[in-house]
Design a protein around this ligand. Structure first.
Ligand code: C2E
Ligand code: CA
Ligand code: CA
Ligand code: CA
Length: 278
């Protein structure tokens, strides 16, 4: 029995020791990955539902780990947010995406780059200034940049949120409200924020061809968007049938596997070139 206790204690100390040695912990992992530049932008086309023409793209984060695994954003964005790393991560992703896309943005002045920003970051001190200087340094026009912001508690101070959106729009940036229809988005707040675009969540696109009440909701969102001079983008479009249903509801733009999944830049670039040649 003494032997067993000694073994157990030894194992316990071994575990504790290796933990401290490797500076274990998911936040330390994030910091290391940030320092190594392991967070990469992937690019998903946003297209005209009528013509299929690519109008822009959304930047979606992927963590490319040393061992070759690709980690999806839901496995690291929440921790990045709660540990205060999301700001650094967002600037890193945007900087890289701007550098990658610069030729496309220059060649097509209507092409738009959308990126995701958490409300706390957007409403934080210095955000608008840093965004302006980052975009200016890349010699890209603010008109080609769309900020996608998900409605959450942080936007509760509607007056303050609307002021920041107003300031962004004064400089020419566009703002899209993400994940509309799920979560917190109240209809009055959709108006009060003063955004340019609403993005209809994949949930509605998934059910639009099977559920008449979804059609009603999407038609209502389109009518609302028109009244507020906003455009509508549907996300998660996978079939031609969904395209037809969305068009008949009045939705103009979409994004989804039907055209392409989020792609690393080289693949996205190939897609753009082959589209242009076609
Ligand atoms: P989101 O902003 O709503 O992005 C759309 C999600 O739907 C993406 O998931 C995209 O890959 C997925 N999607 C698009 N089309 C289709 C389709 O046809 N079928 C299916 N099954 N899925 C489709 P992803 O890339 O896993 O990102 C998940 C969420 O993580 C995003 O949702 C966004 O909220 C967050 N996220 C991603 N990148 C960033 C980032 O750089 N910053 C922040 N703050 N959040 C990010
Ligand atoms: Ca988004
Ligand atoms: Ca979305
Ligand atoms: Ca979504």
């Amino acid at each position: 029995p003494a032997m067993a206790v000694a073994l157990a204690l030894g194992a316990l100390f071994g575990v504790l020791l290796s933990r401290t040695r490797r500076m274990e912990g998911p936040v330390a992992d994030l910091d290391r990955a940030l320092a190594r530049g392991e967070f990469k932008p992937y690019f998903q086309p946003i297209f005209d539902l009528h013509t299929g023409e690519i109008r822009g793209c959304e930047i979606l984060a992927r963590w490319l780990r040393e061992d070759g695994t690709v980690v999806p954003p839901m496995n690291f964005i929440p921790l990045a947010e709660s540990s205060g790393r999301i700001e650094a991560m967002t600037w890193q992703l945007l900087g890289r995406a701007l550098a990658d896309l610069q030729p496309h943005l220059k060649a097509d002045k209507d092409f738009k780059l959308s990126f995701n920003v958490v409300p706390k970051h957007m409403l934080g001190a210095g955000f608008v200034e840093t965004l302006r200087s980052t975009v200016a340094a890349a010699r890209v026009s603010a008109r080609q940049i769309v900020l996608e912001v998900t409605e959450r508690d942080e936007l509760d101070d509607l007056a303050r949120a609307a002021a920041v959106v107003g300031e962004l729009r004064d400089y020419g940036f566009r703002v899209a409200i993400d994940d509309v229809g799920v979560g917190h988005s109240g209809l009055s707040r959709l108006k009060g924020l003063g955004a340019n675009t609403i993005k209809i969540d994949k949930f509605f696109v998934d059910t639009i061809t099977v559920d008449a009440s979804t059609t009603t909701i999407v038609e209502m969102l389109v009518a609302l968007a028109r009244d507020f001079h906003m455009t509508v983008v549907a996300e998660g479009v996978e079939t031609e049938e969904q395209v037809r249903a969305l068009i008949s509801c009045g939705v103009e733009e979409g994004q989804g596997y039907l055209v392409a999944a989020p792609l690393p830049f080289a693949k996205f670039s190939e897609l753009m070139v082959s589209r242009r040649a076609a």
